[in-house]
Design a protein around this ligand. Structure first.
Ligand code: GLU
Length: 416
């Protein structure tokens, strides 16, 4: 999605962990590659009768710890390298929170804003039919990501069900509740970001409810994180969406922003009682906690030195580049890495899948309690590893994740 090669970034992160673990070279080479990459080109008949060709991807990185799991992204800049990097991050994410999945990711190179709902449905049904040879409730389970949502998952579930002849709720997560979705799934990633931020505040001696927060991105992750932060008493002083960023030192009314301005023409910038600022200014605002919840490669070597937050909690996947990581670490800023901070989504996807397989559904309270418990335990594990090696939180999380995956791969043994 930018000139920064995210696959390169993901491989360098792996190399750092491999050094700490003294990982066998052969195993390192295996983990640096995806297990399987599927590229499909497929036609869709558009509303005007013309045929358009789209390219889609599904990449499975590693399945040693279980079926592969990860979202589907609809975005004009999705490509094979990006899907591969994101699949690799899913492997580490599932391992660091210790849920029984490997990592996958996929998507379609498409600008959804140019498609009607009917076109989007046809694109989704055809794309999933093209990759149905590799996805399934026991093999690889898709979920929402940038540009997809519960409706997309409903179409996928319906298409795969039509093909087998019976309803298959467990083949996809992030579905609408009435189709076997889980209570709490929509909010889960944002909720996990806030649980991580609260845990980080505890170890840093900060009071979360007294903190000033900046949230980049007002999609499914950013808007929920901002709203939960506001509910917990914190002040969200800056937010952004695709239209730009806004700032008010006294705090922004997040619920109102979401209900009245989000997703409408002109976006949150229609709100009056604030200053309009650039995305660059937003990331450099004086605050306690910065939550990048948009897309990758946002904090780079160009702007990392300007970050004034004490704590960065990564709601997005890969928002901080490797160079920027070093700068933030030198400045004494704690970064709760994506593979931990945004794992709430996949953790609740795991709950959804378990509920679907058992046909037994939990109440929201139980989902949220279990989610918090898993996130808190994972944070404690990562923090302990960070203290042990006197390193940063990303390296610590990677050490735990890579070690778990390498161990599973070794114990299973190499077939044949
Ligand atoms: N797309 C989300 C992520 O990046 C969720 C994946 C899932 O629930 O499988 O973590």
């Amino acid at each position: 999605m930018s000139e920064i090669n995210v696959l390169d970034m993901a491989r360098k992160q792996l190399a750092v962990a491999a050094q700490y673990l003294d990982l066998d070279d052969g195993l390192h080479a295996v983990l640096a590659q995806p297990k399987r990459q599927v590229v499909v080109n497929f036609p869709v008949v558009m509303d005007n009768g013309e045929v358009q060709c789209f390219q889609g991807y599904r990449v499975q990185h590693n399945s040693s710890r279980g079926p592969t799991k990860g979202g589907l992204r609809y975005h004009p800049e999705v490509d094979l390298d990006e899907a591969t990097a994101l699949a690799m991050w899913m492997t580490w994410k599932c391992a660091v929170v210790n849920i029984p999945y490997g990592g996958a990711k996929g998507g379609v190179k498409v600008n959804t804003k140019l498609l009607s709902k009917r076109e989007l449905e046809k694109l989704t049904r055809r794309f999933i039919s093209e990759i149905n040879i590799v996805v399934g409730e026991r093999s690889d389970i898709p979920a929402p990501d940038v540009g997809t949502n519960a409706q997309t998952m409903a179409w996928i579930m319906d298409t795969l069900s039509m093909q087998v002849g019976y309803t298959l709720p467990g083949c996809v997560t992030g579905k609408p509740i009435e189709l076997g979705g889980s209570e709490g799934r929509v909010e889960a990633t944002g909720r996990g970001v806030i649980v991580s931020a609260m845990e980080a505040c505890k170890v840093l001696g900060m009071d979360f409810s007294e903190s000033k927060i900046v949230v980049q991105g007002f999609g499914n992750v950013g808007s929920v994180a901002a709203e939960l932060a506001e509910e917990a008493g914190a002040k969200v002083i800056g937010v952004s969406d695709a239209t730009g960023a806004i700032y008010n030192e006294k705090g922004l009314p997040i619920k109102e922003l979401y209900q009245r301005y989000s997703g409408v023409e002109g976006g949150i910038r229609n709100y009056k009682d604030c200053e309009h600022i650039s995305n660059t200014d937003l990331l450099a605002l004086k605050c306690d906690i910065l939550m990048p919840c948009a897309i990758q490669a946002q904090i780079t070597d160009e702007n990392a030195a300007d970050v004034k937050a004490k704590l960065v909690v990564e709601g997005a996947n890969g928002p901080t580049t490797l160079e920027a990581d070093h700068t933030l670490s030198d400045k004494g800023i704690m970064v709760v890495p994506d593979i931990l901070a945004n794992a709430g989504g996949v953790v609740t996807s795991y709950f959804e899948w378990v509920q679907d397989l058992q046909n037994f559904f939990w109440e929201e309270d139980e989902v949220n309690k279990r989610l918090a418990r898993i996130m808190q335990r994972a944070f404690a594990d990562v923090y302990a590893m960070q203290q042990k090696h006197k390193t940063d939180m990303r390296t610590a999380a990677m050490i735990i994740a890579v070690d778990r995956v390498a161990h599973a791969t070794t114990v299973r043994g190499i077939f044949p």
